[in-house]
Design a protein around this ligand. Structure first.
Ligand code: DGL
Length: 270
């Protein structure tokens, strides 16, 4: 019984933490492709190849269900994976849809036609590859009408977080929020469309101001995973052990993870 959680690096730990709290009885295998992070500056083919390689390793670890806790992989590779790569007995889900359902006030899996929603001006903060894919706008258009989205590609933030340079990460977040506000002075909601960004949530909120509702994915993904596993209990795979795997330097990645989650995390080589 194990569910795989994938990210290019440490960001998916924000999702892992929430799903572990929501589903304490489920073992999770976390895969950080740290040797290849950041994904956000890569092209779609590259992201597809790296994400399929990592997901295949999670299948090998007894996971029948893998959550791409990475917006960049969800935006640039997930649809192609589902159409042409995922074996019939496995399932790969992304992190976009639960967020957009929350933003558009929908219940899980409500596929009714798009309608007007409360938010009108939405700021999207994401990696350059996620912004370029326009996947967020596409998913939003299926569910809501009349929502103006301004996207800000937040170059450098993932690298700074992976390097543990939180002073640089904060400076970059503040400058990206300023750049967004020049294009959209008064957003009513902001989406943290990269799983690394909740690690900087207080800085985003401070820079945006208290009036802006900041949506991040961790708890939303945890709720929708719990709902999915209730409906598909067989998708908890054969693995029984939780594990933390990385393609990077296990010592460095363990130190970063321990700092972020404030508990001891030991990564082993993938
Ligand atoms: N956490 C990943 C995401 O949600 C970061 C992508 C990257 O490696 O640039 O997009």
């Amino acid at each position: 019984m194990a569910v795989g959680i994938f990210d290019s690096g440490l960001g998916g730990l924000t999702v892992l933490d929430a799903v572990m709290r929501r589903l304490p009885e489920v073992p999770f295998v976390y895969f950080a492709d740290s040797a290849h992070a950041p994904y956000g500056v890569r092209d779609a083919q590259d992201i597809f190849e790296l994400t399929t390689a990592a997901t295949g390793r999670l299948f090998d670890h007894g996971c029948d269900l893998v959550i791409l806790a990475c917006n960049t992989a969800s935006a640039a590779a997930l649809r192609r994976m589902q159409e042409s790569w995922v074996p019939k007995d496995k399932r790969v889900l992304g992190v976009f849809v639960p967020l957009i359902e929350a933003l558009t006030e929908r219940q899980w899996g409500d596929n009714s036609p798009p309608r007007e929603v409360a938010v009108k001006h939405v700021a999207l903060f994401a990696t350059p590859a996620t912004v370029a894919s326009r996947a967020f706008q596409r998913e939003l258009a299926f569910r809501a009408i009349g929502v103006d989205v301004e996207a800000q590609a937040c170059g450098g933030v993932v690298d700074a977080i992976e390097d543990g340079d939180m002073i640089l990460a904060e400076a970059l977040v503040r400058s990206h929020v300023d750049a967004l506000k020049r294009k959209m002075p008064t957003p009513d909601a902001a989406i943290l469309g990269c799983t690394h960004y909740p690690l900087m949530q207080d800085i985003f909120q401070d820079a945006l101001g208290a009036d802006v509702s900041v949506f991040s994915q961790a708890n939303l993904v945890a709720e929708s995973l719990a709902d999915y596993l209730t409906r598909h209990p067989g998708k908890i795979g054969a693995g029984t052990e939780s594990a933390y795997l990385t393609t990077g330097n296990p010592r460095k990645v363990s130190d970063g993870a321990t700092r972020f989650l404030r508990r001891k995390i030991e990564f082993t080589p993938a």
